[in-house]
Design a protein around this ligand. Sequence first.
Ligand code: NI
Ligand code: MN
Length: 227
Amino acid sequence: MLTLTFHGHACFTLEADGRRLIIDPFLTGNPATDIPLARLPKVEAVLLSHGHGDHLGDAIPIAQRDGATIIATAELARFCGEGGATVHPMHIGGARQFPFGRVKLVPAFHGGAVEGDPTGQFTTNPCGVVVTMGGHTVYHCGDTGLTMEMQLLAGRVDAMLVPIGDNYTMGIEDAVRAVEFVQPRTVIPMHYNTWEVIKADPEQFKRQVGARARVVVLAPGAAHTLS
Ligand code: NI
Ligand code: MN
């Protein structure tokens, strides 16, 4: 059993077997989140897709508060480490078994600058994050355009967290094609309606996905359990 809780934009917590992690913890300054940082339950790991402010978010304060490990691409992990967090650097294509489950980083096509790094020395490749825990595999696409690389995950993903907001990432049309590529059972749209520039209708996405997968639209604060 694996429970996904949406905290607005691209932020999710994953819980299984009494363990909890967070992906892209953008709470402070997130107009779409349901909770302030102070009310986030304790996590043991913080997974990052990339270093843009709406994904890096509160990663370092959470890691320091909870004694959590930040797991990210090596350059972004080094940035967080210099910021005082415990980190575990990885990179695209690599996987590792952690106490809570397995993490694999996969390609994403997007910008790699790191918020708070004026020198540019920590700029890195953005990534998607594939997490296996509680007997289920979740693919958080991160911020990305539609890529052929997604086809490499075909049939290997139970739940796909896919951006639909357009402008900075895939919009609805390409997100539907991404679902075709990956063939997950469950799809949860993200990265939309946080700001006007990424306004999108998740019900339209759901209609267009049709019978390809079960689309679960989560309001911020809502959860979905894979059983
Ligand atoms: Ni981004
Ligand atoms: Mn973003």
